[in-house]
Design a binder for this molecule. Structure first.
Ligand code: 8DG
Length: 145
């Protein structure tokens, strides 16, 4: 049986030499409230993952994004989250607007792309390997070719 498809954005602050990425603190359900995550959500039937991610980010943060490279996980459906869901994650860049916690979150934070700072937040447990992969991906973006 396929897993429920979730999509998430690792929104980087700069394209060429990113310094930080945007983390969001969930407000619900109770079991996840107060934990940090990549903004995003469920893909609706008939929607592509990329369209779903742009829609979720518009709804949750009020900004338009452009997607960069995917931060690929070990599954075709991305990163395993729990028994029923997996998440595909993309690097993303804001093209319009200023992010605000409009829906599903009560705080947003630009987190430096450094292991000690990034991993010190109370993330949803399944997100820790994704955070590590995002840090690696961001380093690859900054490295001159
Ligand atoms: N968005 C997001 N969800 C995550 C992350 N890590 C993680 O385990 N999840 C889980 C939490 C939820 O069970 C599920 C995402 O569902 P959601 O509630 O955010 O999706 P949604 O906004 O479309 O939901 P809904 O209100 O429409 O029901 O994935 C993450 O980093 N970002």
């Amino acid at each position: 049986m396929s897993l429920k498809q979730i999509v998430g954005a690792a929104i980087l602050d700069h394209r060429a030499a990113p310094v930080g990425f945007l983390a969001a603190r969930r407000t619900a359900p109770e079991s996840l409230a107060g934990l940090w995550e990549f903004p995003g959500g469920k893909v609706e039937p008939g929607e592509s993952c990329e369209d779903a991610l742009r829609r979720e980010i518009r709804e949750e943060l009020g900004v338009e994004i452009e997607l960069g490279a995917e931060v690929a996980g070990p599954l075709e459906q991305g990163w395993p989250l729990n028994e029923t869901a997996a998440m595909r994650v993309w690097c993303a860049y804001i093209t319009d607007g200023r992010p605000e916690p409009l829906e599903d979150h009560d705080e947003l934070r630009w987190v430096r792309l450094e292991e000690s700072e990034a991993t010190s937040l109370p993330w949803i447990p399944a997100d820790f390997p994704i955070v590590a992969a995002v840090l690696r991906a961001a380093k690859a973006v900054s490295r001159p070719a």
